[in-house]
Write a new protein. Structure first.
Lengths: 277, 297
């Protein structure tokens, strides 16, 4: 025990840790392990077949492609929004700062139906895009729009605090040494915020991959075209194909765990960066 | 330390000279572009929810909300949150107490495990409970024999909701309590306070705003969760339908006015959540700033 825990005079360690581990095991760890254990009922060939059928492969392409594109757009515009919120003053700034978190607070089903109504052929935005030949609702572009909405706060909220902490002396020194604003940004500011930007990008990407509620309304859900992987899990479940659904769930879990690892590494990198600076 | 640099940079921000300031046309262009993006992706969808909800008049709006199935969905959503949030509150406090006040091996692993539900797809979060409690699940045959329903029943909805909201309160409290250290609690214990007295009189006043912050976010997610709940609910109208699921059913029936009316309730919940969050955030940063000034003085 003494090697496991450093001595402390505070009470309640055993109770608190015991309860934490019990709760976490019952609610999170045992249920999650159920997915892995249930897939062992399949042989390796059966598992591989279940997770690589053409319909499943098409859903991976859509899920990863749209998530990547959405995270990329959020990286660019999230950085822009964070920059504007930290550096400039304009009317309504506080309100806008608070509303950036809307996608975290708004239930995904509400976001889903709102975006669908907006981008449908007769919607506020859709009616202007349709004559140009751009269909958003019920196409893969709709999936991208929903995932952009869902991932919007991540980059803003990871970049914002780092941007706030940059000392203006650094920028003044750069300016005195003859750098123009663009050089100061690309050589001084951007390298400082880069780890946070990457973390935000990875968080938005990870969230988008698993997203379900906001996407299913706007996607149209056509097999091979606009069907995301989480929906395919539900479809298999509804057809009582438990093994197929579980196999897909395990693929998604493994990908989430890898992304979680990447995000932890990125955060560690960011902390080390700021500690060195 | 961070607060000290913040006040420093805010005074120098006022004095920011032309050398470290973008030309005004660049500033205006950047602000305009950022606002255009936010308007397109955030504000317009939000406004649309209320517009569509009220488009057919106030009568239709209220009729959609006081209709029995909607009321039963509201009741179920409130019940689920009333069970899930307190459970995760107790868990969050216990986990933060163990992690922030003691040094033990495997702490970082434990923190990662607590965050795990955030990285799991909502659909998978529901599915894992079907694999345990569903008819073909591990406990399925036993439950069926004893006539206990978990999947397609309220219990399953509560379990899935608890799963997706596990990290919210713990992850607010852990860094907060770590930053506060253990000196105050150690002093209380040395002066003869028992465990409960130490927690309620020393720790709790220090963490109350962080606790409230986590609770607000946890509640918003508990009431709004869709994917995980959708897998385990069975969508039985008037019985296992939460508010977000009710929105889906109405929408799929092309009853758009009613779907947006119910959705507007959830959008209001989101706005109230953001407002409370902003207020509590200012409460969390203010005492810290005061303490820092005190320390540096």
């Amino acid at each position: 025990m003494s090697t496991f825990k450093r001595h402390s005079i505070l009470p309640g360690f055993n109770l608190a840790l015991g309860f934490t581990l019990l709760y976490l095991s019952l609610i999170v760890l045992i249920p999650l392990s159920a997915a892995f254990i249930r897939t062992t009922e399949l042989s390796w060939q059966e598992f591989w077949f279940a997770v690589t059928t053409p319909r499943v492969m098409a859903s991976y392409r859509l899920t990863f492609g749209a998530s990547f594109a959405a995270a990329l757009v959020n990286a660019v515009f999230g950085l822009l929004v964070a920059w504007v919120l930290v550096r400039y003053r304009f009317p309504g700034k506080k309100l806008i700062d608070a509303l950036v978190d809307l996608p975290f607070a708004l239930p995904t089903a509400v976001a889903g139906i709102a975006l669908t109504a907006l981008y449908a052929g007769n919607g506020w935005i859709g009616q202007y895009l349709e004559p140009l030949g751009i269909k958003v609702a019920f196409t893969p572009i709709g999936v991208f729009v929903a995932l952009t909405f869902i991932g919007l706060p991540f980059v803003v909220r990871t970049v914002q605090p780092v941007l706030e902490d940059i000392e203006s002396e650094l920028e003044e020194a750069a300016a005195m040494l003859g750098a123009n604003r663009l050089q100061t940004f690309s050589r001084i500011i951007f390298p400082t915020i880069f780890p946070a930007l990457m973390t935000g990008f990875a968080l938005a990407f990870a969230r988008a991959i698993g997203e379900y509620g906001s996407v299913i309304f706007i996607a149209g859900n056509m097999p091979m075209v606009s069907e995301i992987t989480p929906l395919l899990i539900i479809t298999k479940l509804e057809q009582y194909d438990y093994a197929g659904a579980t196999a897909l769930a395990v693929v998604m879990l493994v990908i989430s765990f890898i992304l979680l690892l990447v995000i932890n590494l990125l955060q560690w990198w960011g902390r080390r960066r700021s500690a060195l600076a | 330390m961070t607060m000290a640099t913040n006040t420093l940079s805010s005074t120098s921000r006022v004095r920011r000279t032309l050398t470290t300031q973008e030309p005004s046309w660049v500033r205006r262009a950047l602000i305009g572009l950022a606002l255009a993006f936010l308007t397109l992706f955030l504000f317009v969808p939000l406004i649309l929810v209320f517009y569509e909800a009220l488009k057919k008049g106030v009568d239709v709006y209220f009729a959609a909300i006081i209709e029995p199935d909607a009321l039963s969905a509201i009741q179920l959503t409130l019940t689920v949150a009333a069970i899930a949030v307190p459970l995760n509150l107790v868990f969050g406090v216990a986990a933060a107490w163990a992690i922030a006040k003691f040094e033990f091996r495997g702490k970082n692993l434990l923190i990662t495990l607590i965050d795990l539900p955030f990285s799991v797809s909502p659909v998978v979060s529901g599915l894992i409970y079907v694999l345990i409690f569903g008819l073909q699940g591990w406990l399925g045959p036993w439950l069926a024999e004893h006539d206990i329903k978990v999947i397609f029943a309220v219990t399953g909805i509560v379990l899935a909701t608890v799963f997706v909201t596990v990290p919210f309160i713990a992850r607010e409290l852990i860094p907060l309590m770590q930053a506060q250290g253990t000196e105050e609690e150690e002093a209380a214990v040395a002066l003869g306070a028992n465990g409960w007295q130490t927690f309620s009189r020393v720790t709790l006043p220090n963490i109350k705003w962080g606790l409230l912050y986590g609770t607000i976010l946890c509640n918003a997610r508990a009431m709004g969760e869709f994917g995980a709940v959708s897998v385990v609910s069975g969508h039985i109208r008037g019985s296992t339908n939460t508010l977000p699921l009710h929105v889906e059913i109405l929408y799929n029936e092309y009853n758009f006015a009613a779907a947006f009316a119910v959705a507007s309730l959830l959008a209001l919940l989101a706005l109230v959540t953001l407002a409370l969050k902003t207020v509590v955030e200012s409460k969390i940063t203010q005492p810290k700033e005061n303490a820092d000034e005190h320390r540096s003085a």
